[in-house]
Design a protein around this ligand. Structure first.
Ligand SMILES: [Zn+2]
Length: 232
């Protein structure tokens, strides 16, 4: 921490005080049924922050990220967004690509889905639909355990929450259910906490549909164990 960090923190507090109430979110948005490039609450992520050419975040989460990025840079930490908002169609692409892997030949559908769910969400149940969650630097817990990766992880753990960003997929030794630990996945909780509430109030297993294996959403307890399987 340094002087610059406190300036950013002050700016962020001011920003929070002045910003409008948490942006409204609809059930369709939480299910990923929209195009972020055409949605007024979403902004394109500047090339300075990402390796991808056309990715988006919710405006408020992005403003907080920009402040966090600057504070990190002042401490010699270089954050890089490698994934942000993914809508239903994008997540369906990820899911069905994995579903069709040759190594799953002969597997029962339930076991196959369970295995994919180690790290990947069913379409309609991903926090990446919400525009509040980002993947940073590398999709590897090992990478964040040594060297530059560890420096970045330690910085995020200490400072991320000051900017609203938290690791939600923590180690599972505390009995947390759902996805395995993801040291790269950071969630902007000032929005995402209320989005989870809205999700729980409006979405049911029958709403998770239209992709291969979707009929298993209920028996796999997707909403109770995966969507809600987070550290809060
Ligand atoms: Zn992620």
């Amino acid at each position: 921490m340094n002087y610059a960090f406190y300036i950013h923190l002050l700016a962020f507090s001011l920003f929070q005080a002045l910003s409008a109430p948490a942006q409204h979110v609809t059930k369709a948005e939480l299910l990923g049924q929209f195009d972020p490039s055409e949605h007024p609450d979403f902004v394109k992520i500047d090339a300075a922050y990402t390796t991808k050419s056309d990715i988006y975040m919710r405006r408020e989460a992005y403003a907080a990220f920009e402040l966090m990025y600057a504070a990190a840079a002042a401490d010699g930490i270089h954050l890089k967004i490698i994934s942000a908002t993914r809508n239903f169609d994008y997540q369906k692409g990820i899911w069905e690509r994995k579903w069709g892997r040759t190594r799953y030949m002969g597997w029962a559908d339930f076991a196959k889905a369970k295995d994919i769910l180690t790290y990947s969400s069913m379409p309609g149940s991903s926090r990446h639909h919400w525009g509040t969650d980002i993947d940073l630097n590398a999709l590897s817990n090992d990478w964040f355990s040594t060297g530059e990766g560890k420096q970045i992880y330690d910085w995020l753990t200490e400072n991320g929450p000051s900017f609203g960003f938290w690791q939600v997929y923590t180690p599972k030794d505390d009995g947390r259910l759902g996805y395995n630990e993801e040291k790269w996945h950071w969630s902007y909780l000032p929005l995402a906490t209320s989005y989870l509430q809205t999700y729980n109030d409006s979405v049911q297993a029958v709403d998770i549909r239209r992709f291969r294996g979707a009929e298993l959403a209920d028996s796999l307890r997707i909403i109770s164990d995966y969507v809600n399987g987070i550290e809060r």
